[in-house]
Ligand binder design. Structure first.
Ligand code: NAD
Length: 496
């Protein structure tokens, strides 16, 4: 086998960015490369190392070798490394934000918001490292004591998607490493550069070799299948589509590998008849069109009480028509491009699908001509909800508005889905807000707000939307196992 010699850095917007794989503390080339495209103009930004199965195995070898030292490092030392990484990350804000906009297309303002949230996640985990306490209790009948402690699950595979390229790696790797696990991160091939910059921050902060490793590849399924088949891997944490999540869970069965899954969503956005309609329309716009609709927590079905449907829809459409679509580097842009030409074609097919089922197009519906993959913010009013299309995750800048006649019907419609990630309810009544939230079969409910990600909150879903939580006190525990020590205590022996 010849040793790959491709460069491990590239010039991107006048800055040097790592484009190799990061294995055992060093950037390394691969035999081949693949292009990363700017979705705003279709041009190549950089060629990135296309990792092989063998290189992914080498990354796991490194994670396994580093595991023992990392898990036994005193919490304060680990927290110091995290503090350093947090400070370094903040110093590199501009470079990381611009890279995110370049490869994912998201407007600079959104990229800045994602950057801040990611830095806050890192800080949240930093603050928890030295506070992972156990418990002490008396045995129910015997003369012994029950001591509970937590131990890291072991080497992890962290698979991230392209839609929130920094947040996903920060949220997963932050929790895993804080818990004392080592990791192999597999980036999404659309957005490897942002992941590389995050890993470079950890490297520069002094994280020991092997603790975190990064593999880019165009052979996702072969690479992850090989790692999942290795019994030394003890955890997989995945964010992406439900189909891939289900495949990984099947693979996890072989070695009873621990798994956390953040999967797709079919978020209902309920506007009840007493809602503040200006607030509801403004929040629905943010919830639907942020990231050009490519978010798992996006409002997939806007369910409005018939008594206010006309007023709400007029406000919502007026705001949608004002949204400025364009290159994320233009400061006036509010909606960036779709991630790829293929995904933009899927958006067109969805528009055709809604038209076929008799939905009324209220605005948009067309791609924006040019080299980039742009699509107009699109709004449909749907009268016939009995189609698969009405329960499919759209992942597109397409809003579908449905009308209902009562609160009970709104809740029934909201729950009529196999997914269970995020739901939203808009009402001025505390009774309704609490009761409706309790009846919604979802992992998260936004009450009078359409955006709710927060490091202190447990993010995650139920049903086909996944298993486990990221953020909140739960996040680190996703990467820890409880360990119980039974300690005999003979009081006579003790002299009592
Ligand atoms: P995807 O499932 O195609 O890809 C996600 C990641 O999995 C990528 O890194 C990809 O390379 C990798 N992958 C693809 N096939 C694989 C396989 N067979 N084995 C192992 N890895 C594989 O999803 P996507 O298109 O990147 O993202 C869109 C989906 O992700 C949507 O369904 C969205 O709802 C979901 N998502 C969920 C959350 C959440 O937190 N719940 C957040 C963001 C995105």
């Amino acid at each position: 086998m010849t040793t790959p010699t491709a460069p491990v850095t590239a010039q991107v917007r006048g800055r040097e960015v790592p484009v190799g794989l990061y294995v055992d503390g060093a950037w390394t080339p691969a035999a081949g490369t693949f292009p990363v495209l700017n979705p705003a103009n279709g041009r190549t930004i950089a060629q990135v190392a296309d990792g092989s199965v063998d290189q992914a195995r080498a990354a796991l070898d490194a994670a396994v070798s580093a595991s023992d030292t990392w898990r036994h490092m005193p919490p304060r030392e680990r927290a110091d490394l995290f503090h350093r990484a947090h400070r370094l990350l903040l110093r590199r804000a501009d470079e990381i934000v611009e890279t995110m906009t370049l490869e994912s297309g998201k407007p600079l303002g959104e990229a800045r918001g994602e950057f801040q949230l990611s830095a806050d996640f890192l800080l949240w985990y930093t603050e928890q490292i030295a506070h992972l306490h156990g418990t002490y209790a008396h045995g129910s009948r015997g003369s012994y004591r029950i001591v509970t402690t937590h131990q890291p699950v072991g080497p992890c595979l962290l698979i991230t998607p392209w839609n929130f390229p920094l947040l996903m790696i920060a949220r997963k790797a932050g929790a895993a490493l804080a818990a004392g696990c080592t990791a192999v991160v597999k980036s999404a091939k659309e957005t490897p550069l942002t992941c590389a910059l995050f890993v470079q921050v950890l490297h520069d902060a002094g994280f020991p070799a092997g603790v975190v490793n990064l593999v880019h590849t165009t052979a996702s399924s072969r690479v992850s299948a090989a790692l999942m088949a290795d019994s030394r891997l003890r955890k997989v944490s995945f964010t992406g589509s439900t189909g891939v999540g289900s495949t990984l869970l099947g693979q996890a069965a072989a070695h009873i590998t621990n798994a956390s899954m953040e999967l797709g969503g079919d978020g209902p956005f309920l506007v009840l008849d007493d809602a503040d309609l200006d607030l509801a329309a403004e929040q629905a716009i943010a919830c639907k069109f942020r990231n050009a609709g490519q978010a798992c927590v996006a409002a997939n079905r806007i369910i409005v009480d018939r008594r206010v449907a006309g007023e709400f829809t007029a406000r919502f459409v007026a705001l949608a028509e004002k949204l400025k679509v364009g290159d994320g580097f233009d400061p006036s842009t509010e909606v960036g491009p779709i991630i790829s030409a293929r995904q933009r074609d899927t958006v067109k097919e969805l528009v055709d699908g809604f038209t076929r089922i008799g939905a009324t197009l209220l605005t948009g519906g067309q791609e924006v001509p040019g080299d980039g993959f742009f699509f107009e913010p699109t709004v449909f009013s749907v009268t016939e909800a009995d189609h698969d299309l009405c329960h499919q995750e759209l992942f597109a800048p397409i809003a579908a508005i449905y009308t209902v006649d009562s609160v009970a019907e709104a809740v029934r419609a909201a729950n009529d889905t196999g997914y269970g990630l995020a739901a939203y309810v808009f009402t001025r009544s505390v009774d309704r807000a609490v009761a409706v939230s309790e009846h919604l079969d979802f992992g998260m409910v936004g009450v009078n707000r359409g955006i709710m990600a927060d490091p202190a909150a447990p993010f995650g879903g139920i049903k086909a939307s996944g298993l486990g939580r990221e953020g909140g006190h739960e996040a680190i525990h996703e990467f820890l196992e409880s360990k119980y020590l039974a300690i005999t205590v003979d009081e006579k022996e003790a002299g009592l």
